[in-house]
Design a protein around this ligand. Structure first.
Ligand code: C2E
Ligand code: CA
Ligand code: CA
Length: 709
């Protein structure tokens, strides 16, 4: 042992001293450690240095490209800055490089997309045509989607026969090619997964697309609300933008908005021009077209107008209901359309009236042949709402320029001819010039004759008795105008009242009837006949004469007849058409005690509400309803309902047109008090009327005496 020394543990742990004993001298023992440290330290230092250098290199390589790409995103890139951001030395970071490049491209496309969509939205709102919007959208698509080209295919719009393919060709011009309705094919393209080879089978006008050298198509749906109305065709875009599906849909959605908007606008305009029920043109486009033809055509050229009406069409609406009536009109329009030429025009004027316009009817025979074809269409019955129905047509034809040089005149004259045809039981075809000769001549003749007849014995007032059903007594009379023409004999009011109204002659004639009725009423009373009242018919023209109420008061005064002795009959249709105007004048009349009756009640569509407020005393059930009594349950029920209504309204009820005892009995049983009609007596001159009443009164006395005895 060469050395021994204590360890310094005692003070710390309170144990016995520990000793180190060395077998060699300290210097010899430590020399080995010193030589080991001499080599270890440089090795460690070099290793640390190397590690630092390597780390720095790695950091530089990692952050350098990121810094540079950040710099690139924050400042817009020039178009020529297409070289790799990292350069060719960065092979270790290719995935990052690729990612950054793609992100950059995506951002750029997204920028372009948003810009394009914003412009498109603006265009949809401001462009005045769908084509302008399409012309704005289409050229942007290839750049955003990275495809070869794009087209828009649309199904036929309202009123069109053909669909349309829009493409943008070199130079940016929008090209349109018409195409048949290819919806089936478009649907299969839209539903297909991914791009499809462009083949004839798709039915798209391929020429246009092939000119552009396109082979592959991908279709995105264009919808009007929920219906497919077309497709956005992306051409040769098989390896374009990975987001092509989403982007294509975004463009197609914009197109859907534009197309829906456009079609809605067109629909509104169409409804103004076309009849919603039949889809045919309505009055205005017809007038426009006739006016155009008349303006264009030289004097040699003729056009023809055929006005078609259906005989007793009102009956169909009444018996089968409005729905069946509408269905019949639709079917009739289709039939007519099927036998006229493409260049001819079919329009619905109103209700059951159609007009066929033949723009070039140089030969009258051609127009007549067309009318015969149309007339023959109605030999076959129609099936509407499950019921078979036969329509018979009446057709009036007017030619331009012979029968009128203005659209309105032509239509009116064709209408006159049609009405003449309707007067025949089986309808038929009537040319206006056939009618014109007799019709216009007749009107002029009637007007002339009437004017001359005023104040002469040719015009007479006859009286039809009104009978109290329970007693059989005559309680009143209706004054009916008669024209006894020296050569023609008796001309019925149905033939001359309209002419009198149109010419205004009804006003003086009407005052004269009132005077005559009042005069006879007073004479009868002097002769011992005490009637409750005498009734006189009024036309609208008479009530529209502002001085009517005053003139009436003057005439009642002059005749020495009290107001309540006069009853004035106003038709229900007059009241329904002019309720306010008539209500005012009727109130002034009624203030004089004069009674007001509604004539032809049940035919004029007046409402219960109106009946309650109008100043009226009597309802006269139209003879059409009386005729139905005993004919079946419906007719009886209607008369029953009218009687019940009159009672509920507190009005007196008169039945007109009673033609047999059964009707009289049925009315009496149902509580109708007064009736008139051929069953009792027709209208007769005033002196005969007095005799009739005396006879009737004494007969009634006899019956009463007999009953008493
Ligand atoms: P209205 O007021 O409905 O007159 C009743 C019509 O029915 C009269 O025809 C009358 O003769 C007829 N008639 C009477 N009983 C029967 C019947 O049992 N069966 C049938 N089928 N018919 C019957 P009229 O005299 O030819 O008069 C026709 C229309 O002319 C009248 O219809 C009335 O609207 C109008 N009218 C007649 N006289 C005048 C008048 O002085 N002034 C005005 N403004 N119109 C008049
Ligand atoms: Ca009457
Ligand atoms: Ca009547």
């Amino acid at each position: 042992m060469t050395a021994r020394w204590p360890l310094f543990l005692r003070a710390r742990f309170g144990v016995e001293d520990w000793y180190v004993e060395a077998a060699q001298p300290e210097r010899v023992a430590q020399s080995m450690w010193r030589s080991l440290l001499g080599t270890l330290i440089p090795v460690v230092a070099i290793t640390v240095l190397l590690a630092v250098l390597f780390g720095m290199a790695v950091i530089r390589r990692s952050f350098g490209p990121l810094e540079r790409s950040l710099g690139a995103f924050s400042t817009p890139r020039a178009d020529d800055a297409q070289e790799s951001i990292i350069g060719d030395t960065a092979s270790d970071f290719e995935p990052l490089d690729d990612f950054v490049r793609r992100t950059e491209a995506a951002l750029e496309r997204s920028d372009r997309l948003h810009l394009a969509l914003a412009e498109i939205d603006h265009k949809i709102l401001t462009a005045d045509s769908l084509e302008a919007t399409i012309a704005c959208i289409l050229p942007r698509i290839p750049a955003v989607l990275g495809c070869g080209g794009a087209s828009v295919l649309l199904t036929p719009a309202l009123g069109m026969d053909e669909g349309m393919l829009y493409s943008v060709v070199a130079g940016g011009a929008l090209v349109r090619s018409a195409c048949a309705d290819q919806m089936q094919n478009v649907r299969s393209l839209v539903e297909a997964d991914g791009p499809q080879p462009l083949t004839e089978a798709h039915g798209i006008p391929l020429d246009t697309l092939r000119q552009g050298g396109f082979n592959v198509v991908r279709a995105f749906p264009i919808r009007d609300t929920r219906h497919l109305v077309g497709a956005l065709l992306v051409l040769d875009g098989e390896d374009c933008n990975p987001n092509a599906d989403r982007l294509g849909l975004a463009f197609a959605d914009r197109l859907s908005v534009a197309v829906s908007y456009d079609r809605r606008k067109a629909e509104l305009a169409h409804n103004l021009q076309f009849d919603a029920l039949t889809g045919m043109a309505n009055r205005q486009p017809l007038l426009n077209r006739i006016a155009r033809i008349l303006a264009e055509s030289d004097a040699q050229r003729r056009c023809a107008i055929g006005l078609i009406g259906f005989n007793r069409f009102e009956n169909i609406n009444e018996t089968l209901g409005l729905r069946a009536g509408d269905e019949l009109l639709r079917l009739a329009a289709q039939r007519i359309r099927s036998v006229i030429r493409e260049t001819d025009m079919l329009a619905r004027l109103a209700g059951d009236q159609f007009v066929v316009l033949l723009p070039d009817a140089d030969e009258r025979d051609r127009a007549i042949a067309a009318a015969e074809r149309i007339f023959a269409l109605f030999d076959k019955p129609f099936l509407a709402e499950g019921v078979s129905y036969v329509l018979s047509a009446s057709i009036g034809i007017a030619f331009a320029p012979d029968d009128g040089a203005a659209a309105e005149v032509l239509i009116r004259n064709a209408d006159t001819a049609m009405r003449r045809a309707k007067e025949r039981a089986a309808g038929g075809i009537v040319l206006f010039d056939e009618v014109m000769n007799d019709h216009v001549k007749r009107r002029v003749w009637l007007e002339h004759g009437l004017r001359a007849a005023i104040g002469t014995p040719e015009l007479q007032v006859h009286f039809q008795p009104k009978i109290e059903l329970t007693s059989g007594r005559v309680v009143g009379a209706e004054a009916l105008l008669r024209w006894i023409h020296p050569t023609e004999g008796a001309i019925p009011p149905s033939q001359f009242i309209t002419t009198a109204e149109e010419s205004g002659l009804i006003v003086p004639i009407g005052y004269w009837v009132i005077e005559a009725a009042c005069r006879h009423f007073r004479e009868w009373r002097k002769a011992g006949l005490h009637l409750n009242h005498v009734a006189v018919n009024l036309s609208l023209r008479q009530l529209q004469d502002n001085s009517f109420a005053d003139q009436l008061a003057r005439r009642l005064g002059a005749a020495g007849v009290a107001g309540h002795a006069l009853e004035l009959e106003v038709t229900e249709s007059m009241l329904a058409e002019h309720p306010e105007e008539l209500s005012r004048v009727l109130q002034r009349i009624r203030a004089q005690g004069v009674r007001i009756a509604i004539d032809d009640f049940g035919t004029g569509y007046s409402s219960l509400a109106m009946l309650q407020v109008l100043p009226i005393d009597v309802l006269k059930i139209d003879r059409a309803f009386i005729r139905e009594i005993g004919s079946g349950a419906t007719g009886d029920a209607i008369v029953g309902a009218i009687i019940a209504m009159a009672r509920a309204l507190g009005k007196e009820l008169v039945a007109e047109g009673v033609e047999n005892a059964a009707q009289a009995l049925a009315l009496e049983r149902r509580g109708c008090r007064i009736a008139q009609g051929l069953h009792f007596a027709e209208a007769m001159p005033a002196d005969e009327f007095l005799d009739f009443c005396r006879r009737r009164q004494s007969e009634a006395e006899d019956v009463r005496h007999a009953q008493r005895a």
